[in-house]
Design a protein around this ligand. Structure first.
Ligand code: GDD
Ligand code: MN
Length: 377
């Protein structure tokens, strides 16, 4: 039998929009929708799933739910990934004055939602955070590695953003829509740390309160928090320090470039050690090639995660990368030498200028030739 659509009555504009980012959560969305509907009885709500074209058919499952209940909506993004940016786009897709953000894997305690809404209204706050680290909350059954990783990330985040929040990494919160409208253009939108992003992008300190909840165990599917997410977190923090003008990809590219120096030395040193100093030219050439190659692959995995080259493209990518970086090295040496010979800037400044020009060159050229953007139709 076909399910009858459940039309809410009276049909009011939503007071609360619950935004749920999803990636491969096909087995959880229906249960989540059922629980949200139950717990929000008496409140005019809507539930917006923001799905990044999950290969498991999450979007189609949500569409089926939405056909039966008009309060359920779907935002399907194609060719894009990212928890934070998904939340931001979901928050911008509603007229509701209050916005809750909640994971789609049932790990967040939806029964807290009514209290969060009541608290933000009665205490006239900007944001209410579901917290694992205040009295009464906990992180459930996390392993030791995950727990210490989370604690370290929390600590760095607290230092950097200077907020007195116990759980700035929480992915569960309820915020006034006006707060988001006010800061949306300053959000970085990268990675997982949407709450930290909002707190640091807001011009005035936000009035907040943390309510405890206990982080449930995942029932289906897997966590998407991997090493690449930690890397994105590092990038986001770096950008907060040096300002939004420098493109994030350039920061990533430069950090990896810095790492290349260590790779270079790690190759050169054993060669000299074994073959003697007579092998310097061979060693230096080999070290340069290895460092360039490892930089190419790291950039391909991290900096250009969203437009990764694969298969045959890798070969062309690698060749163009090595070529571009060789020219960059020439420019680097030429400029540094020129400045040094002029005698106005000492060796340090000359070298720094050379490195900077080389880095910008490498970044700009490989962005155009190695990781070509697909042409807009
Ligand atoms: N649209 C979209 N795009 N959703 C995503 C993406 C993405 O690229 N990556 C993850 N999600 C969704 C997941 O489907 C899930 O609903 C939610 O975002 C959280 O992802 P998980 O992979 O389950 O994260 P977690 O449980 O390991 O991490 C949780 O705890 C962290 C704190 O330790 C999350 O709540 C994080 O936000 C939080 O920082
Ligand atoms: Mn989860």
């Amino acid at each position: 039998m076909h399910d009858q659509p459940t039309v809410p009555s009276p049909c009011l504009p939503p007071e609360l929009a619950v935004i749920v980012p999803t990636y491969k959560e096909v087995d959880s969305v229906e249960e989540l929708a059922r629980r949200v509907a139950t717990v929000l009885t008496g409140i005019a709500w809507e539930l917006i799933f923001v799905d990044d074209d999950s290969p498991d058919g999450t979007a189609e499952r949500v569409r089926e739910l939405a056909r039966r209940d008009p309060r359920i909506r779907l935002l399907q993004r194609v060719g894009r990934r990212g928890l934070s940016s998904a939340c931001i786009e979901g928050m911008l897709a509603t007229s509701a004055p209050y916005l809750a953000v909640m994971d789609g894997d049932l790990q967040h305690d939806e029964t807290l939602l009514p209290r969060m809404l009541q608290t933000i209204q009665e205490e006239d706050l900007d944001i209410v955070v579901g917290s694992r680290y205040v009295e009464g909350g906990d992180t459930g059954t996390w392993n030791a590695r995950r727990r210490s990783m989370s604690r370290l990330a929390t600590h760095i985040g607290q230092r950097l953003i200077r907020v007195d929040l116990r759980d700035p990494m929480s992915g569960f919160f309820l915020v006034r829509s006006s707060v988001i409208q006010g800061c949306v253009r300053r959000l970085s939108g990268v990675g997982f740390k949407i709450l930290l992003d909002i707190l640091s992008a807001s011009e005035r300190p936000l009035r907040f309160r943390e309510l405890p909840f206990s982080f449930r165990e995942r029932q289906a599917g897997n966590s998407k928090l991997d090493n690449a997410v930690l890397w994105e977190y590092l990038l986001m923090l770096t950008q907060k320090i040096i300002g939004p003008l420098i493109p994030l990809r350039f920061i990533a590219f430069s950090l990896i470039g810095g790492l290349g120096v260590f790779v270079h030395l790690a190759v050169l040193w054993p060669i000299l050690h074994v073959l003697g100093e007579g092998a310097f030219l061979v060693g230096q050439t080999a070290a340069t090639l290895v460092a360039m190659t490892s930089n190419f692959f790291l950039n391909n995995i991290l900096t250009y995660r969203d437009m990764r080259l694969r298969g045959r493209q890798l070969l062309w990518g690698w060749m163009s990368f090595v070529l571009a970086c060789s020219l960059g090295a020439l420019a680097n040496v030429g400029i540094a030498n020129h400045l040094f010979q002029q005698g106005h800037s000492g060796w340090f400044l000359s070298a720094l200028a050379g490195v900077l020009v080389g880095a910008v060159w490498n970044y700009a050229v490989t962005a155009v030739y190695t990781w070509k953007r697909p042409k807009a139709a």
